[in-house]
Write a protein that binds this ligand. Structure first.
Ligand code: HEM
Length: 520
């Protein structure tokens, strides 16, 4: 009570307070509606800073204002740590890795060791791996269509195949590890990762017996009654840790003997640190788990949503394919067989499509922070307070929990124009007036967050997205199926597509895939 009376008050900030329940506040609507549906509704009604109620009447802010986000993520970085409960969840899921670490002592130390592996040249060097995996997926689909398709086409589950393909790509690129997701020899670890999203979805839609699927269960097991669990906590997980340990041991041996593992940047960079700063074995294992988790379904679902939008607007898909085919013809004319990242510069429409997909469908629609001290948030636009006054900067109390709406910011009309709520790649081909507040690490979208805790793998993800889009759009035409007309943007670990009324079946995006006849 003392704290509540003495702390800086936010009571003049407008928001959907009258709709809040005493116990859970506005959180049910925030978390249970389609991804970011509540954010966009409240943003439209109340502006770019909205007061919502958390548990037991606690005030929180939902923020989509560019300057406030820039301050929280970039200017003030470590003074706005992650919410403690989110960190705890990260610790349960991944262990003491980057998504859990906080502060200068731990997070900055770990990130310094990890960063060299994720620079521009390092990420670009993986293009052949990404193109190779995307090509393998394309060949697989061609085989399926020729054996079971009709009229050169068939309905393919995007969520199933893209999850497996991106798992293979990240396993190979980051750890030289073969998951075999696209082959039939999927191992235990591949199973654990490819079913993870469905398990989270099942948890969210209250369909707990999905837990038989075999998973890193340590993070959900505590919430699930024993009789609902078909695997014991950490049963699949023990195996996972063992396999990861083996991969690390092998890389370390190779590094020490100057072999292939010598190229493993995490190993090299860790070995170069002084003993005090070096990551321990549990930290290294946690980084592997973090990278697999943070870099797998994020990319897979960005691809899902890109293909979905390309089906909804076939003229964009056709224009993109024409550009890719022209670039392929140019490549052949120059006597080359495979794209390099520098070739992407000659494919401006593809870059525009990727940027627009990242803006319109960020794989994570929220990020969460907490004020580490009493602070003052700068604002891009003055706020109309409930008492009629206008707020030009906003004092906030230490401990305040903030929901940064990534989707809300990415669709902010002040930043992206009046048509911000329309999927339109052409916006990226218009000249910029250069007046915007720069928030995100890429294309000024918040999709990869910003500042000291921005996504470490954003260059890696971009390279992978471009590779898959080239291969898939060059080889196939995609069409919506009747089920895909009823797709929901379901919030779980990432924003995943589900079919309305069939959410309990897990993530789904069935699209009709037709072999594209080149030259037509
Ligand atoms: C389209 C794909 C991706 C998206 C949209 C994405 C998005 C994000 C976002 C929003 C964050 C910040 C989360 C927060 O602050 O709460 C983040 C962090 C992170 N991402 Fe990504 N990510 C993607 C791909 C990747 C890839 C491919 C990797 C690794 C290869 C990766 C590794 C990480 C790691 C390690 C962090 C934690 C960074 C830290 O806390 O210092 N991500 N990502």
């Amino acid at each position: 009570a003392y704290w509540r009376i003495t702390k800086i008050s936010l009571s003049c900030i407008r928001g959907p307070i009258t709709d809040a329940s005493l116990l859970l506040g506005n959180l049910p609507e925030l978390y249970q509606s389609d991804a970011a549906a509540a954010d966009l509704k409240w943003q439209k009604t109340y502006g770019d800073v909205v007061r919502i109620k958390g548990i037991l009447g606690e005030d929180r802010l939902l923020i989509t204002d560019a300057k406030a986000l820039q301050y929280i993520y970039q200017t003030s970085g470590y003074h706005w740590p992650k919410m403690w409960e989110r960190r705890e969840l990260s610790r349960l899921v991944t262990g003491p890795g980057l998504t859990w670490a906080d502060g200068i002592d731990v997070h900055k130390r770990q990130r310094k060791i990890m960063l060299p592996g994720f620079g521009t040249p390092e990420s670009r060097a993986f293009l052949p791996v990404f193109l190779g995996t995307a090509n393998k997926l394309a060949e697989k689909w061609k085989d399926m269509i020729s054996t079971s398709g009709t009229d050169g086409s068939m309905v393919v589950s995007m969520t199933y195949w893209l999850s497996r393909a991106t798992l293979d790509a990240i396993g190979e690129a980051a750890f030289g590890y073969q998951f075999g997701g696209l082959d039939d020899d999927k191992n235990e670890l591949a199973n654990a990762y490819t079913t993870l999203l469905d398990i989270w979805l099942a948890f969210i839609v209250g369909h707990l017996h999905y837990f038989h699927l075999g998973t890193p269960t340590c993070m959900v097991a505590p919430f699930v009654p024993a009789e609902e669990r078909k695997v014991t906590p950490r049963e699949g997980d023990g195996e996972n840790w063992q396999q990861r340990g083996k991969v690390l041991d092998r890389r370390e041996d190779e590094r020490a003997n100057g072999g292939k593992g010598g190229k493993d940047v995490m190993m090299q960079s860790n070995a170069a640190e002084n003993e005090k700063g070096r990551m321990s074995m549990p930290e290294m294992l946690a980084q592997m788990r973090t990278i697999m988790l943070a870099g797998h379904e994020t990319t897979a679902n960005t691809l899902n949503w890109t293909l979905f939008e390309l089906c909804k607007q076939p003229h964009i898909q056709n224009k993109l394919r024409a550009e890719i085919w022209d670039a392929e013809a140019m490549l052949r004319a120059n006597g080359r067989t495979q794209f390099e990242v520098s070739d992407f510069e000659d494919m401006p429409y593809m870059t525009a499509v990727v940027r627009e997909a990242l803006r319109f469908h960020p794989a994570l629609h929220h990020a969460y922070r907490q004020a580490g001290r009493d602070d003052v948030l700068p604002l891009s636009t003055p706020l109309q307070a409930s008492n009629g006054t206008v707020v030009i900067e906003l004092p906030v109390p230490k401990g305040l929990k903030v929901v940064a709406s990534i989707t809300g910011y990415n669709r902010n009309k002040l930043v992206f124009g009046e048509d911000a709520d329309v999927f339109n790649p052409d916006r990226w081909l218009r000249p910029s007036d250069g007046k915007q507040t720069i928030v995100g690490v890429y294309a000024n979208v918040m999709t990869f967050a910003a500042g000291v805790r921005s996504c470490i793998g954003w260059r890696f993800a971009l390279c992978e997205l471009h590779a898959f889009i080239i291969e898939l759009i060059s080889n196939f035409e995609f069409e919506l199926t009747p089920e895909a007309e009823h797709i929901r943007r379901h919030p779980c670990l990432v924003v995943a597509p589900t079919i309305e009324g069939r959410e309990k079946e897990g993530a789904q995006l069935p699209l009709r895939v037709r072999i594209a006849i080149k030259g037509e």
